[in-house]
Design a binder for this molecule. Structure first.
Ligand code: NDP
Length: 293
């Protein structure tokens, strides 16, 4: 029995971060330091972990990191005022508002108040529209990370049958747009899709972004397919500690797939590396310099 090749996102992200650090060093030699501002409202534990690791990786890459931690009770006016200030600050090239926001804040309004040129998450409607019309956009970090892994593995993706499971604005929809731009034949599956196993059976590329632990079974997967597992799900593990699993049942899927990302160590590390890459890109554009590849 042959096992799928394991796609090492952790190693790939490490190489990407070294390239970014070199680009940052070159910018600093010209007196420009790329800067990322991260705004966190409230105490969501997962968000706190993400924000801390974004901060650390920024610093490690030589970039400036501006953290803004605001109390849960922050009003929309206060948050919008901070974003206006960051939009106007020339030391800030990227702005990220950590989601989810507390319920009393309108996240569409908040995201759309970010200067699109500084919108390194790629969630502003201008960037969504640019991506959808094939124009130069800021591309959301997680789907971009998935695409880099797929390109590295396959080279040209043209003509491939791809199924994206999930249609969120953060992962599923932009992933589908990116694959379409790569000339894949794209199907988007979601909670109302009938007979998901049958839809998956023709997929040469599967991207699972569902948020349901180990939902996708090995026998749903076409033999030899590439499986990208975006899911990060916390389930009870041994010794009372939680463990992370993906949206794909890894043990059965790796017996069928040609290549598969593990969880953790697959897509996860790519997301922050792509955030750093987007910040450097935004910095280059702001300074009229050529963008890194
Ligand atoms: P959302 O909850 O926003 O979207 C989930 C999608 O899955 C929805 O479109 C939903 O359909 C669909 N879905 C739910 N149940 C089923 C089902 N039974 N069959 C088919 N489709 C289904 O999640 P996100 O897109 O934000 O995140 C998805 C996963 O990716 C999560 O595990 C999250 O933790 C992880 N994630 C990882 C990141 C990383 O690696 N850095 C970054 C972001 C997310 P419908 O629209 O019909 O409700």
């Amino acid at each position: 029995e042959t096992m799928a090749r394991v796609i090492d996102g952790k190693a790939f992200a490490g190489r990407l971060r070294s390239r970014i650090a070199a680009e940052v060093a070159a910018l600093k030699a010209r007196g420009i330091t790329p800067g990322l501002a991260v705004v966190l409202v409230g105490q969501d534990p997962a968000s706190q972990v993400y924000v801390a690791s974004k901060h650390r990786q920024c610093i490690e890459a030589g970039m400036a990191s501006f953290e803004h931690r605001l109390p849960e009770a922050t009003s929309e006016e206060e948050l919008l005022a901070l974003i206006r200030q960051l939009n106007a600050d020339p030391a800030v090239h990227g702005i990220l508002v950590q989601l989810p926001l507390p319920r009393h804040l309108n996240s569409d309004l908040v995201i759309n108040s970010i200067d699109p040129a500084k919108d390194v998450d790629g969630f502003h409607i201008s960037n969504v529209g640019l991506l959808g019309t094939g124009q130069k956009a800021m591309v959301p970090c997680t789907p971009l990370g998935c695409l880099l892994l797929l390109r590295d593995l396959h080279g040209d993706l043209s003509g491939k049958d791809a199924v994206v499971i999930g249609r969120s604005n953060i992962v599923g929809k932009p992933m589908a747009q990116l694959l379409l731009a790569e000339n894949c034949t794209v199907t988007i599956a979601h909670s109302r899709t009938r007979d998901l196993p049958a839809v998956l059976r023709r997929a040469e590329i599967v991207v699972a972004a569902v948020g349901r632990p180990r939902m996708v079974q090995g026998d749903w997967i076409r033999p030899g397919a590439t499986v990208i597992d975006v899911g990060i799900n916390r389930i009870p593990g041994e010794g009372g500690r939680d463990r992370l699993v993906g949206d794909v049942d890894y043990d059965s899927a790796r017996r069928v797939a040609g290549a598969i990302t593990p969880v953790p160590g697959g897509v996860g590390p790519m997301t922050i590396a792509c955030l750093l890459a987007n910040t450097v890109t935004a910095c280059c554009r702001a300074n009229g310099l050529p963008e890194p590849e």
